[in-house]
Design a protein around this ligand. Structure first.
Ligand SMILES: Cc1cc2nc3c(=O)[nH]c(=O)nc-3n(C[C@H](O)[C@H](O)[C@H](O)COP(=O)(O)OP(=O)(O)OC[C@H]3O[C@@H](n4cnc5c(N)ncnc54)[C@H](O)[C@@H]3O)c2cc1C
Length: 429
């Protein structure tokens, strides 16, 4: 089914649109594709370019073994210790603003073992389904996005690290995620790039990875074929809400009417939410990635430097490092010390190529709701507003299932996944 592309502002604003998605990151594009395939006429608006937010330069991991909510047991203690370390991989920038204090309070409360135990299986479930969905997309004809499913090697350097890695593996194992233990010799035989003093690794054979910006490009390609219209440089600046319905979106290209609206603008959803009358407790978890040209020894699989919280992703012609989680506001500045710490950590364990492919690191803002879980479903205050936000560390790896769940809820169908843990009512007032 082909729908016309609005050629000018008049076409965009003259008649009501069926479904408008705000935000063309991996989550917004996955929702647009799913809805278009179900016969809806979908318009996607982005204030910038498709996939230019957090979805652009992330680690590219598609790893159900690591699809956890941000709020995890032990993080409260670790966060306090790491706050004093300028090179730590996790940092919460303190502030006395009421919105930050509210966010922090819920975050710490949600780090309890019982909340984690209730939320983690739901997220792992979304991720498992999504990785199969990405694999199915990769198997079809279309632009390559570097999908690979040869597994993840979680390196362990100390006995304490081994205990913690195996505890995590046993936990995800109980949710159906396969793993095996490799000793140090096996690690070096399988991945000769590993040269450090690790004592072994947990290997997850069914994990995968891809090139994140190419994955969004692929969704855009599929979405266009399904008739989705994408308008870039079209920021949603305000909205008119009447009787619990979003009537009009005020954009930089004029007013747009929509029968149904999906908010999928990543970290920036909180600001747009305010215009729509929603209080969304969102902070950004800033992280960085660095790219190196392919060296003589290139890993076959993704590698996690578990105790240093650094990820290593082998693309065909590049090697990508990513890491750091700084809880901040709308701040994309680069902290050179933390970036340096990512590279030093990787060099101490791997034979990394000397030169970076791009001298500047990339910074991105992971959208984090206070309880560390995404919100997927109808807005608590609007009949025609739907949320697909707050995917924190898991947006790429959970995007297809998020889109499936949202589309099913919008259609009033029995959902494939239990929507309870993702219900926006729990956090967006
Ligand atoms: C260093 C790092 C590594 C990561 N690694 C992984 C990983 O390996 N696997 C994984 O699954 N996740 C990973 N993540 C998390 C992942 O990147 C995010 O969860 C995901 O990109 C969020 O997608 P999104 O579509 O919700 O938001 P975004 O990609 O940020 O997209 C939001 C879009 O909304 C648009 N927008 C904003 N304001 C407006 C407005 N007013 N009007 C219209 N449009 C607007 C923006 O321009 C943007 O395009 C990582 C993140 C970082 C920072």
């Amino acid at each position: 089914m082909q729908h016309p592309t609005p050629q000018n502002a008049t076409e965009l604003t003259s008649s009501p649109h069926d479904t408008v998605v705000i935000g063309a990151g991996v989550v917004g594009m996955a929702c647009a594709l799913e809805l278009a395939r179900r016969g809806r006429r979908v318009l996607v608006l982005d204030r910038s370019r498709v996939g230019s937010g957090a979805s652009y330069g992330n680690a590219g991991w598609l790893t159900p073994s690591l699809a956890f909510p941000l709020a995890q047991p032990g993080y409260a203690v670790k966060a306090t210790r790491w706050m004093l370390d300028p090179e730590s991989p996790f940092y919460i920038r303190p502030s006395l603003s009421p919105s930050f204090l509210r966010w922090l309070g819920v975050f710490l409360w949600s780090s309890r073992r019982s909340t984690f135990a209730a939320n983690a299986p739901a997220l792992v479930g979304l991720c498992r389904w999504s990785v199969d969905a990405w694999e199915a997309i990769a198997a079809q004809e279309g632009p390559d996005f570097g999908f690979d499913r040869r597994g993840l090697v979680m390196l362990v350097e100390t006995e304490k690290g081994r205990e913690s890695a195996l505890r995590s593996a046993e936990y995800t194992g109980s949710l159906g995620i396969a793993y095996e233990w490799w000793d140090a010799q096996r690690v070096r035989a399988e991945e000769p790039i590993v040269t450090g003093t690790q004592i072994g690794a947990v290997f997850y054979p069914r994990d995968g990875h891809c090139v994140p910006n190419l994955a969004v490009d692929r969704l855009r390609h599929e979405a266009r074929r399904a008739g989705v219209v994408v308008v870039e440089d079209c920021a949603v600046e305000d909205a008119v809400v009447e009787n619990g319905r979003v009537r009009t979106l005020r954009t930089q290209r004029g007013d747009i009417e929509a029968r149904e609206v999906i908010l999928a603008a990543g970290f920036w959803s909180a600001g747009i939410g305010r215009r729509l009358g929603l209080n969304i407790p969102m902070r950004a978890a800033k992280g960085y990635s660095l790219q190196f040209n392919r060296g003589q020894v290139h890993p076959t699989r993704s590698i996690c430097l578990g105790e240093r919280k650094v990820t290593v992703t082998p693309h065909r012609d590049r090697l990508r490092l990513a890491g750091t989680l700084e809880i901040v506001g709308d701040d994309l500045s680069v902290n050179a010390r933390r970036v340096g710490a990512i590279e030093r950590a990787a060099r101490s364990l791997l034979a990394l190529p000397q030169e970076r492919a791009e001298p500047q690191p990339w910074a991105g803002l992971r959208p984090c709701l206070a309880d560390g879980m995404p919100a997927i479903g109808r807005s608590p205050h609007h009949q025609n507003l739907w949320l697909a936000i707050g995917h924190q560390m898991t947006g790429l790896k959970c995007a297809p299932a998020t889109a499936r769940l949202l589309a099913e809820l919008m259609a009033g169908e029995k959902p494939t996944f239990d929507p309870g843990p993702f219900d926006p009512k729990r956090c967006c007032g």
